[in-house]
Ligand binder design. Structure first.
Ligand code: DGI
Ligand code: FE
Ligand code: FE
Length: 398
């Protein structure tokens, strides 16, 4: 029988205060493991909550180096919010051998009786709440916990904690104001928030204006493809709880430099001061990605670096792409007007279920195609392929 702490929450984003509380619970109660459970997205539309996948990914980064902290994925397939009593009933049924300790966010003990079915929670788990050391409320907390003990016939543990003045709400606001948050979240989480452009309300340039500009500049077939990538990127954004407007814009702009021929691309690289790789020298069409990224920033006034990079890497890919970059890379390959690639049906399906495997298959097929045509391979293509192959454990699908 294991003593398992259950730590559920929105974690939008996960921060050092969460880690501190989980560690305190583990140490003070002698728990074997803490199971972190990231809540689903509420069914009503609520822009304040980031997509579950991203909140989950941030927790994975935060917990990567903590062996006794386990990130559980029980709710991954559920789109609706799961009440705590439902979660505990489910856990109790699946893991009858364990004893559960339900860790409550700070100061929520007195609200416990107002939860949905508190008696069912209390029947299946001990309750754990944090009291700040030397807090004037600690006497009240003792009283509250006594009341809950006798009313619900369950153990209630009070953790002694330092005052950790961090909240997810404040962190979101800090990011919005451009303030540093490095002191309050693990480094990898900070990097994730930055690279995904989370919690920033950005003013995106007007899609309609750019659309009509591209309608004039691109050949009809290229324009059709562009719209196909834009809509496919929007679909994938919905699938992965990403900002739809942002992905549409990235899709719309990804081939914005396709109106230039090779000579013009080389000329513009020189003019804009963009470095040219060996493969690009020999296959200058590759440069439409770099030049496109430059135009997005300077001609179309895109300020979001994640969008600019998605355009920059859309042809070759890049190791450890952000989800935005990956979606554009994939959408470019699978949009409805595409019909030549082999394994397209399979790759299209994977786009909506496993973006990493999908990315790897696209790279495999692109590399096979380049070999067949004796085309020079860009270093970025090779490195991206190796990165995803390694990430997925050497699987090949040939
Ligand atoms: O611009 P699109 O045609 O919509 O699509 P894209 O930007 O993905 O470009 C696709 C072409 O680029 C396709 O013919 C494969 C080629 N490509 C991808 N990686 C490399 C490459 N060509 C060379 N020479 N080297 C690469 O590493
Ligand atoms: Fe392209
Ligand atoms: Fe394209």
């Amino acid at each position: 029988m294991g003593k398992i702490g259950i730590y559920g929450g929105t974690f939008d984003p996960v921060h050092n205060g969460h880690l501190y509380l989980a560690k305190a619970a583990k140490e003070q109660l002698g728990l074997d493991e803490i199971w972190w459970i990231v809540s689903g997205n509420p069914p009503h539309k609520d822009d304040a909550v980031t997509g579950r996948r991203m909140r989950y990914d941030m927790c994975a980064l935060a917990l990567a180096e903590n062996e006794d902290m386990a990130l559980k994925d029980f709710e991954m397939s559920r789109s609706t919010e799961c009440y705590s009593y439902e979660l505990l009933e489910w856990l109790h049924e699946k893991f009858p051998q364990h004893k559960f300790y339900f860790i409550m966010g700070e100061d929520s003990l007195d609200l416990f009786p107002a939860w949905v079915h508190p008696e069912r929670i209390a029947a299946l788990a001990s309750l754990v709440a944090a009291v700040r050391k030397e807090s004037p409320d600690s006497a009240d907390m003792e009283q509250t916990s006594e009341m809950i003990r006798s009313r619900f016939h369950t153990d209630v543990y009070l953790l002694q904690t330092e005052n950790v003045p961090i909240s997810s709400t404040n962190l979101r606001e800090s990011v919005r104001q451009g303030k540093a948050i490095a002191d309050f979240v693990p480094g990898a989480v900070e990097e994730y928030i930055r690279s995904h452009g989370l919690y920033q309300t950005r003013d995106y340039p007007d899609i309609q204006t750019i659309r009509s500009d591209l309608h004039h500049r691109l050949k009809p077939g290229r324009y059709r493809h562009t719209i196909g990538v834009m809509e496919t990127a929007a679909n994938l954004a919905m699938r992965y709880c990403m900002p739809v407007e942002k992905l549409r814009l990235a899709g719309l702009l990804h081939d914005c430099a396709k109106c230039y021929d090779n000579e013009e691309l080389l000329k513009r690289c020189q003019k804009y001061g963009l470095a040219i790789t060996e493969a690009e020298q020999r296959s200058p069409h590759l440069l439409h990605a770099k030049v496109g990224a430059y135009l997005a920033e300077h001609r179309y006034q895109v300020t979001d670096p994640d969008i600019v990079n998605a355009i920059r890497f859309h042809t070759t890919g890049n190791p450890a792409m952000t989800l935005t970059e990956q979606i554009i890379f994939i959408a470019d390959y699978i949009e409805p007007n595409r019909d030549r690639a082999r394994r397209l049906t399979e790759i299209r399906q994977l786009a909506y279920s496993d973006p990493d495997v999908c990315t790897l298959m696209i790279l495999e097929d692109t590399i096979a195609y380049l070999k067949e045509k004796a085309q020079p391979m860009d270093q970025a293509t090779v490195e991206t392929y190796q990165y995803y192959k390694e990430k997925l454990g050497k699987t090949t699908f040939q």
